[in-house]
Design a protein around this ligand. Structure first.
Ligand code: ADP
Length: 428
């Protein structure tokens, strides 16, 4: 690992991260191992990264004045999530604050609508989509209301959409998504009928939503890629992700895949990173099925699907991010074990906590006692259904892909015996 750092000189000694959740916490651990000071901006001193950061600016992540304060402590700033006030931060960038990735590279990625526009511009495969406000602007179903009648005049004067018409070529079911602010399926809604669409229209501002075709995928895959300041693109192995009620449940690395499939995923990452002149880690969620690969979502940061790399690779996704932020050259990360299964520990009950470090002691001990298991407990205050409280990575030994999958499913069963899946309703 040290070799990559030595490649182009000494690393930046001080990095700032806007955000203090589990991604910032794991980045802070990697920074500690590399002797890099990491300062965080996060709303609560109880957030996971606050305890091990070199210092904390206690403020909301969209508080630009606080980010200016953070910038005084470090040579470059990166982000834990994409919920940013880019216009506010632009003033800091103009004053010489260095953001990695740069704000222009981030701009198309902080909103699901602009992500879809970017993919279209680059001719990358993605679900067909339309903006929800386009639907509302469609001519009201004039055929339903004879022209010249009082009700036609009333609906026109109120601009009311009587029966929303789908654009040409779209049919139910559809997937509606909030353009910003969604995560773990919050901010998505499956539309099975016109009635569901009307319910959605009654409850949301259509200008902030997009609607996509519902993809009949066979698997969900993910790729964590990174581009350094010299333009070199590297990728972690392609993985399979499995969701429970739209929240990532487990990740199998590497996924059994053809060389062509891996190359296709990698080429998409290189196109995106290079066209945006993006420096840093970018994660891509894919659907895979009869139509091949389609991009589901882009995340301009480290990602849940890359957590396994901490133990299973010679460079983790957090190392890659630190190298990028400190202007170091990247080398291709390699698996140092045949594979890994990462299982998220999702909250299975509603439970407030006073002392998160002391939560679930028996389950945590039992997970640690599993062979080749590495537990990461985020120390969050309180459990709720589906909340990511930690994860466990189990190193796999089988080199044959089919045997490795069987091994992974057996290991998953061991985890399930200790840590059940959350019950309950969907997040939609
Ligand atoms: P979030 O940003 O909340 O994680 P995603 O866009 O990743 O939302 O969607 C969450 C999950 O919903 C996906 O992992 C996938 O299982 C399902 N999903 C999302 N978009 C579609 C789609 N167009 N068709 C079918 N399933 C989808």
């Amino acid at each position: 690992m040290g070799a990559a750092i030595e490649a182009t000189g000494s690393p930046a000694s001080s990095i700032g991260i806007v955000g203090g959740g589990q991604l910032a916490w794991m980045l802070a651990e990697a920074a500690q191992r590399r002797g890099i000071a990491l300062h965080v901006q996060t709303p609560s001193d109880h957030d996971p990264a606050a305890a091990i950061a070199s210092s904390v600016v206690t403020a909301d992540v969209r508080d630009v004045a606080a980010t200016r304060q953070l910038s005084e402590r470090c040579t470059a700033i990166s982000f834990e999530n994409e919920w940013l006030d880019l216009d506010g931060l632009a003033a800091l960038e103009a004053d010489g604050v260095r953001f990695v990735p740069g704000l222009n590279a981030l701009r198309p990625l902080v909103c699901k609508r602009s992500q879809r526009e970017l993919e279209q511009r680059l001719n990358l495969p993605a679900p067909r989509w339309f903006p929800l406000d386009q639907l509302v602007r469609l001519p009201v179903a004039a055929s339903l209301v004879p022209s010249g009648t009082p009700s036609a005049a009333a609906s026109q004067s109120q601009g009311a959409a009587v029966t929303p018409q789908l654009p040409e070529g779209f049919a139910y079911p559809l997937m509606a998504k909030a353009a910003t602010g969604g995560y773990d399926g919050k901010g998505t809604a499956v539309l099975k009928s016109a009635a569901d669409l009307e319910t959605l229209l009654a409850r949301v501002d259509p200008s902030g939503w997009i609607v996509e075709e519902f993809v009949a995928f066979e698997q969900e895959l993910a790729l964590v890629a990174a581009r350094d300041a010299f333009g070199e693109v590297v990728c972690l192995p392609l993985v399979q992700t499995h969701q429970h009620q739209q929240v990532c449940d487990w990740v199998l690395a590497p996924v059994e895949s053809s060389h062509a499939l891996r190359q296709a995923a990698r080429n998409m990452a290189a196109s995106l990173l290079t066209s945006l002149n993006y420096v840093g880690v970018l994660s891509i969620e894919f659907f895979y099925g009869p139509k091949g690969l389609m991009i589901n979502e882009l995340a301009p940061r480290t990602h849940n699907s890359g957590h396994y790399s901490i133990e299973a690779c010679d460079l983790s996704q957090f190392d890659l991010q630190l190298l990028c932020v400190s202007d170091q050259a990247l080398s291709e990360p390699e698996l140092v074990h045949p594979g890994a299964l990462m299982v998220n520990l999702l909250g299975f009950e509603e439970r407030p906590t006073e002392d998160p470090e002391a939560d679930y002691p028996q389950q945590r001990q039992a997970l640690c006692d599993l062979p080749d298991a590495h537990l990461h407990w985020y120390g969050k205050k309180g459990s709720s259904l589906g909340r990511k409280l930690g994860h466990v990575t189990l190193l796999l030994h089988e080199s044959d892909p089919k045997s490795r999958r069987d091994e992974a499913m057996q290991r998953l069963e061991q985890v399930r015996q200790i840590w059940p899946l959350p019950p309950g309703a969907s997040n939609a």
